[in-house]
Ligand binder design. Structure first.
Ligand SMILES: Cc1cc2nc3c(=O)[nH]c(=O)nc-3n(C[C@H](O)[C@H](O)[C@H](O)COP(=O)(O)O)c2cc1C
Length: 225
């Protein structure tokens, strides 16, 4: 039986967009008859025993799905640590398929595809994984993973992302690769010029009031004279 392992690379752990996206995909694979398992990297790095448990799980999997957020245009530290550990082990990895599914806060998935996907690709080819495609999700916070909600629970907002995940599940279950794709979680109507202005205003208001609450002087220009 084909075994799919989901590695969740969000430091937020279970309540994260990486978890909700990964769980949605894994549930479909499960229904399609694949054997599935999930590990949260942040827990597996707690000690050597848990780390070797994660490396063994990678050893036994046929498909490795990595879901993670984008941090500073790159990988979070816990994901880098995991990639290094897998690379150091490098056992029987040749037949395994690897697919990273990365989400970021900015609406444009280009923040992910510009650098991070190439790093994942380099990692995959270095350890000998077969690249099974990738997905870059812009506007990941719209999926409300940090509140612990599933994609089904948040309704229409997740529609676009769910459709792509369903296509990924079809491809993985049929032993096919998936192309490198991008999707914006943000609904298209929010991209109308008027809505962009409203959102920019709301963001500015939010940042300013948060700064004020924390004693920040947002209009300060200490170096202007
Ligand atoms: C330290 C840090 C760095 C981040 N860097 C970026 C970034 O470069 N670009 C971006 O769009 N979002 C960035 N984010 C936001 C996360 O990618 C975003 O909140 C994501 O939806 C979190 O996913 P998760 O719930 O799976 O952890 C950053 C967040 C943190 C905490």
């Amino acid at each position: 039986m084909t075994h799919a392992l989901l590695l969740v690379g969000s430091p937020r752990g279970k309540k994260s967009t990486s978890t909700s996206v990964g769980s949605y995909l894994l549930n479909i694979l499960d229904k399609k008859g694949l054997e599935t398992d999930t590990l949260w990297i942040t827990r597996q790095l707690a000690d050597d025993e848990k780390l070797s448990q994660m490396l063994n799980a990678v050893d036994h999997a046929d498909i490795i799905i990595l879901t993670a957020p984008l941090y500073d245009d790159c990988q979070p530290y816990i994901v880098i640590r995991t990639m290094e550990a897998i690379a150091a082990q490098r056992k029987n990895l040749g037949y395994k398929r690897f697919i990273p599914i990365i989400n970021c806060a900015f609406q444009e998935p280009e923040h992910i595809t510009a650098v991070a996907i190439s790093i994942y690709h380099k990692f995959a080819t270095t350890v000998g994984f077969k690249w099974a495609g990738s997905l870059a999700i812009g506007g990941g916070e719209m999926l409300q993973g940090k509140s612990g909600k599933t994609l089904d629970e948040i309704g229409k907002m997740a529609r676009k992302v769910k459709k792509v995940l369903e296509r990924i599940a079809d491809a993985l279950a049929a032993d096919n690769s998936f192309p490198d794709e991008s999707v914006r979680a943000v609904p298209d109507f929010l991209y109308k010029p008027f809505m962009k202005k409203v959102l920019a205003w709301m963001n500015k208001y939010d940042w300013k009031s948060r700064a004020k609450k924390n004693g920040g002087v947002v209009d300060a220009r200490p170096y202007s004279q």
